[in-house]
Design a protein around this ligand. Structure first.
Ligand SMILES: [Zn+2]
Length: 281
């Protein structure tokens, strides 16, 4: 399968280098973030997901049977951990413990979210589990960002609905934020996983990065065991979610400095140079 993936990714690479690869991206190595959601209910599947190579990010369900154990194990392996916060969905699917719902008062909402975060050691960010109902509502999303900001966490919008406002609210509240680009395993077949993975590769080449979400299904773990090493061969860097945010912040800062340098009028050279503090004669 690796050979197949490399072949396809190679052709993707050639395609974009000839046709639509923006000049500004030519010097930037494309990056992919892979987040594995729903960690915590199944120990064996969680451990198999933790054994995947590279800086995968793990989103852990609060108050789940093995969430805390797996979060600690992830941290000891040097992997980043996030809270996978259960939020109301339009299909009335069961949310499990720590659910955030639209009928909660602000105080109760923040209390539940803080308890969820306290239950996941080493969490450096959070994303929504389900949430197709709640993430389209600005007020509860503002409360999520208040908590994220107070604990210096980033937010990943899993985008379980196209009407989600979570990412926008995060940005407007000054919370570092990412959006999911590709769900890897909505269909649990190798053919579909491969198709979605290649979509992520293409997006990373077009935009410089792509954010992928998968789940600890055995078919997904087995697929990623082979696909992750192939990323390196294709010249794509796998980075954790917080690492991508840090890189984006560095790039934005450099661009800002560059803009300021360009907008500053160069001073005409005079007969003396005050830069060393000496006075002009
Ligand atoms: Zn989930």
């Amino acid at each position: 399968m690796i050979r197949y993936l490399l072949c396809v990714m190679g052709s993707v690479c050639c395609f974009f280098s000839v046709t639509s690869h923006a000049d500004s991206l030519d010097t930037v190595q494309p990056r992919i973030v892979i987040v594995i959601d729903d960690i915590g209910n199944n120990l064996a599947q969680g451990q198999a997901a933790l054994a995947l190579p590279g800086p995968i990010t793990y989103a852990v369900l609060p108050h789940s049977a093995y969430g805390e154990t797996l979060a600690r194990a992830a941290n000891s392996l040097g992997k980043d951990v996030m809270l996978h916060a259960p939020m109301s969905n339009t299909k009335h699917l069961k949310l499990g413990p720590g659910a955030l719902t639209p009928d909660m008062s602000e105080t109760r909402f923040k209390e539940v979210l803080n308890n969820n975060l306290d239950a996941i050691p080493f969490a450096v960010g959070l994303n929504n589990h389900m949430g197709s109902l709640l993430t389209r509502q600005r007020i509860p999303m503002k409360w999520v960002m208040d908590v994220a900001k107070s604990r210096s966490l980033f937010f990943l919008d899993s985008r379980t609905t196209r009407d989600s406002v979570a990412w926008e609210v995060a940005l407007s509240e000054g919370v570092p934020a990412l959006r999911r680009d590709v769900f890897l395993d909505n269909q649990q077949s190798v053919a579909s996983l491969r198709q979605q993975f290649i979509r992520a590769v293409k997006l990373s080449r077009q935009h410089g990065y792509a954010v992928v979400i998968g789940h600890p299904y055995p078919v997904t773990t087995e697929f990623l065991e082979e696909a992750i090493p192939a990323l390196d061969e294709a010249g794509i860097q796998l980075v954790s979610a917080p690492a991508l945010l840090m890189l984006q912040q560095q790039t934005a800062l450099l661009a800002e400095i560059e803009r300021e340098l360009q907008s500053t009028d160069p001073q005409p050279l005079s007969g003396c140079d005050l830069s060393d503090g000496h006075q002009c004669e």
